[in-house]
Design a protein. Structure first.
Length: 267
């Protein structure tokens, strides 16, 4: 799916911040915000940084390269902005714990649903996905690179994925490789197993976006919903959401509202 083919947000942004009202995120509704760094002006960075927690602000200053620092700030600013937009509260107040395999886990408000959030960033792009209760993962990748795709695929892809890549014309190999990669990374991030999950133990059909597990007891493919996007000429993005009834799941995908983030930072 290209950026021009993305589904409409279904009124998600039109509903506006909740300001203590009912959360815009439910077990049947997920949100996916993405932000290209080219949209961020030089005057915006100081404001976006104020949305981060104190610990994140300290960490952002440790990056050697400004490009790396900026994408870190963008990712965490839109994460905290999305949480405030959908649930309420101050962006700096959201806290995270570290679960097994090092996965950050949002500390949800007492008495409410367990919100799940996931962050991804690559060169010049950041993305954040949010839902309630269900496992969720997002991955973004930069397309403008050279890589030995078939050699890498033999190391980390399932056999059927390797066959698909081998049959792909040379000028499309990096695109196909990274399409598989983003889908696989989104799934691995959703289940929170990190490097302990072998990437070759499951595979994707790019036509149907269905997942297949070599071990049928490993997971249930019927409970997984996947989406993939092309964000202009330079980036791919994939989303994974676990849901008991995928037909009831709605995903609101939109470019992060930079004007609203500016106002939030100035408040």
């Amino acid at each position: 799916m290209s950026v021009d083919e993305m589904p409409a947000s279904g009124g998600f942004l039109a509903e506006g911040p909740v300001a203590g009202g009912p959360a815009l995120i439910t077990p049947e509704r997920a949100a996916l915000w993405w932000l290209p760094l080219e949209a961020v002006g030089e005057a915006d960075w100081a404001g976006l940084e104020t949305l981060l927690s104190e610990e994140e602000q300290v960490r952002s200053k440790r990056f050697h390269f400004e490009r790396d620092r900026q994408v870190y700030v963008a990712a965490h600013a839109i994460c905290r902005g999305l949480l405030t937009y959908c649930i309420g509260g101050a962006p700096q107040d959201w806290r995270f714990s570290v679960e097994a395999h090092g996965k950050p886990e949002l500390v949800s408000p007492p008495g409410g649903p367990r919100f799940r959030v996931n962050i991804s960033h690559t060169r010049d792009l950041a993305a954040v996905a949010l839902t309630a209760h269900h496992d969720i993962g997002v991955d973004v990748e930069w397309l403008q690179r050279n890589a030995p795709t078939e050699k890498l695929a033999r190391r980390v892809f399932a056999e059927r994925e390797q066959e698909t890549l081998a049959a792909t014309p040379d000028d499309l190999k990096i695109d196909t490789f990274l399409t598989f990669w983003t889908l696989k990374e989104a799934y691995v991030k959703a289940i929170g197993k990190g490097l302990s999950q072998p990437l070759g133990a499951f595979s994707f059909d790019l036509e149907t976006l269905r997942i297949h597990f070599d071990d049928r007891l490993a997971d249930d493919p019927e409970t997984w919903h996947f989406e993939r996007y092309r964000l202009g000429p330079d980036h791919l993005m994939a989303l994974a959401v676990k849901h008991p009834d995928r037909s009831r799941l709605a995903v609101d995908t939109t470019k992060a509202p930079l004007d609203w983030l500016r106002k939030l930072a100035a408040a």
